[in-house]
Design a protein around this ligand. Structure first.
Ligand SMILES: C[S@@+](CC[C@H](N)C(=O)[O-])C[C@H]1O[C@@H](n2cnc3c(N)ncnc32)[C@H](O)[C@@H]1O
Length: 288
């Protein structure tokens, strides 16, 4: 059962309000991503670093033109469009927000990959619109941290993947389950503000193994993501108090203030060394 923080309608409502704050930035940076930026020597600006996150993950996963990719939690289409444009993959993107799906279709048409992308309303705990054994890759860029039941999501990924299919995810995770109890108050505020259900990477690995994924490769990518968290934190440090003081003027909604606060707390937990950013690659065991 979804808690209020991970109820699909609540999550959709959070993103629908956030999009209002993102649109100006998207215009400036020339992309529509909802994920953290991956900085390195060649990608030092937020726009190119956001595109770099998709590139880094796609290259590790060796996405190619023969891949049928299912993007769980596809945002407004940016990472689906990327995989279709850069690698020629065919992509189904699913999401629980009609507003995001409409923007995703517009995004794909604008980049002339609407013939290779298909955006559907679906919940990644159910995948009701996706057939058994029908995709080569399940891709989730910062999506599973919204899942109230990771095992249910992974069971669905297993159902729709062909034997030997690949799972490709990136997300925030605690480094160890044992570190979480001491931070429960912050975790609750982050989860409430951002519609998340933060978990730890060790228990996620156990769930992957229990569901039947093999060749599990987990890499800690916190360092290249850190400047992105700092950027959100700097914005939140100004926007959160200003928004609260000027609440009578509705500069920011309570939902937006909850997101800003959540982003600051995430950055603090990363600075404390308990929360990190991970890439997760795995293969679905073939039946032999
Ligand atoms: C951080 S955003 C990432 C979006 C996109 N992958 C990107 O990189 O721009 C997380 C996305 O997951 C979606 N999402 C959350 N819960 C979901 C669910 N139960 N089923 C499908 N999508 C979901 C949200 O609506 C949002 O689009």
């Amino acid at each position: 059962m979804a808690s209020p923080a991970t109820d699909p309608d609540e999550i959709a409502a959070i993103y629908d309000e956030l999009i209002d704050t993102y649109e100006a930035e998207w215009e400036k940076q020339g992309h529509r991503s909802l994920h953290l930026e991956y900085y390195d020597d060649d990608h030092e600006e937020p726009g190119s670093a956001a595109i770099n996150t998709m590139r880094q993950l796609a290259e590790r996963a060796a996405i190619s033109s023969s891949d049928r990719v299912l993007n769980i939690g596809c945002g407004v289409g940016e990472d689906s469009v990327w995989n279709a444009r850069a690698y020629g993959a065919t992509v189904i993107g699913i999401n629980i927000s009609e507003r995001q799906l409409a923007l995703a279709r517009e995004n794909a048409a604008g980049h002339e990959v609407d013939d290779r992308t298909d955006f559907r309303y679906d919940d990644f705990h159910k995948l009701e619109t996706v057939d058994d054994d029908s995709v080569d890759v399940v891709w989730g860029l910062e999506a599973v941290s919204h899942a109230h039941d990771r095992e249910m999501v992974l069971e669905q990924c297993k159902r729709v993947l062909v034997p030997g299919g690949r799972l490709v995810l990136s997300d925030l995770f605690f480094h160890e389950t044992g570190q979480m109890a001491a931070h429960q108050a912050d975790i609750d505020r982050i989860n409430d503000g951002l519609g998340l259900e933060l978990g730890a990477i060790d228990s996620f690995r156990e769930t992957l193994e229990a569901v039947g994924f093999t060749d599990i490769e987990i890499t800690d990518e916190t360092e290249p993501i850190r400047p992105s968290l700092d950027r959100r934190h700097k914005f939140a440090r100004v926007a959160h108090p200003v928004g609260r003081v000027l609440s009578f003027a509705n500069v920011f909604s309570d939902t937006q203030l909850g997101v800003f606060k959540g982003n600051s707390l995430i950055r603090n937990l990363v600075e404390e060394g308990v929360l990190g950013y991970y890439f997760v690659l795995a293969t679905l065991q073939t039946d032999e």
